[in-house]
Design a protein around this ligand. Structure first.
Ligand code: C5P
Length: 329
């Protein structure tokens, strides 16, 4: 697909996220749910590079000629226009052509170097889209001889790609409302230290939201299934910088649905708590568990013990908050 002549155009990095609070309101008519969620970006990240491809751009308006994973094959990552990073590049190209006029562009080959677990509830696909938006913006600004739009003017395009893309663009700490894509920056002391316990088998975000709707419909009065939209406790705890205050404030409304779809995940929670975590919650829709720990050494201990105790689990130590999507070169 790529020859030695492929010339790098731009490279950008974007980070994964953890939801410290994920409150899920009722389903809306557009199929999405109203959220009240608190995000922090974490230190694990993916890197996306755009190369000028020898192959000409395909007929039609698209420029992307292909996508490859330089970090190793993964059958769960689409290598075609189903990949959000691919669609992100095309979205930025359309925007530049609309604003600055049509222009002959080379074919673009996308290279994804993934470290964020795939389909894990850490917004890996969204982070790839965010990095692709930033890289495409830098490349096209140079092609057109104009100033790049910058992250704030890419948020609208990001929201069109997926609900988590705006946060992976912005990074840091934020309250997400609406679909989770309307962001308000939050204050946080840190860093906080996490053991992220990943799982070989991913989960579909849409399936987890649908399971929560089904469980709420079957038992409307059940306390543990009610929407928790108040983020006051977690906001206070973030400002304190104290993981022992933050631990009890962590909350995820999707967790009962994730654990109903994947009861095998319960034993990972028990193993993490036995290994000394302060608290553990499912990250986003899962299946990754996010265990908040006292410090980096304690987080490493949780990763080591849980991966030794439970065969298909593996893990990584991360810090939060971290940066938004940014250009590397
Ligand atoms: O926007 P994204 O493609 O990441 O969302 C994946 C799926 O998760 C959606 O199709 C929807 O089923 C569910 N979702 C939701 N409410 C949100 C965000 C996502 O129901 N606020």
């Amino acid at each position: 697909m790529t020859g030695p002549a492929a010339v790098p155009l731009a490279t950008a990095r974007a980070h994964a996220k953890v939801n410290l609070h994920l409150g899920v309101g009722p389903a809306r008519e557009d199929g999405y749910h109203e959220l009240s969620t608190v995000f922090q970006s974490v230190s694990v990240s993916d890197v996306v590079t755009l190369h000028a491809d020898d192959a000409p751009a395909p007929g039609g308006p698209g420029v992307v000629t292909g996508l490859r994973l330089s970090s190793g094959a993964n059958p769960e990552v689409p290598l075609d226009a189903g990949n959000l990073a691919w669609r992100a590049v095309e979205a930025v190209v359309s925007e530049y052509r609309r604003e600055h006029g049509p222009r002959e562009l080379p074919g673009v080959l996308l290279d994804l170097h993934k470290s964020i677990p795939v389909a894990g509830g850490m917004a890996g696909g969204s982070a790839d889209a965010a990095a692709a938006l930033v890289a495409a913006d830098a490349w096209l600004a140079e092609e057109y001889g104009v100033a790049p739009r910058g992250v704030d003017k890419l948020l609208g395009l990001g929201a069109g790609l997926g609900a988590d893309v705006p946060f992976t663009l912005k990074g840091g700490s934020a309250l997400g409302t609406d679909r989770g894509d309307r962001l308000t920056t939050m204050m946080s002391r840190g860093p906080f230290h996490w053991a992220m316990i990943t799982n070989a088998r991913g989960l579909s975000t849409g399936a987890v939201f649908a399971k929560l709707d089904e469980m709420r419909a079957a038992d409307p009065a059940k306390e543990t299934l009610q929407p928790h939209l108040d983020t006051g406790a977690v906001s206070h705890a973030m400002i304190s910088g104290d993981p022992y205050q933050l631990g009890p404030a962590l909350h995820n409304d999707l967790q009962p649905a994730t654990l109903t779809l994947r009861p095998d995940l319960r034993k990972i929670h028990d193993a993490g708590m036995n290994a000394g975590a302060i608290n553990g919650i499912i990250s986003g829709s899962g299946p990754t568990w996010a265990f908040l720990c006292e410090d980096e050494a304690a987080a490493q201990e949780v990763v080591d013990q849980v991966s030794a105790d439970i065969a298909p689990a593996s893990g990584m130590v991360v810090r939060s908050p971290d940066a938004g999507a940014h250009l590397l070169y």
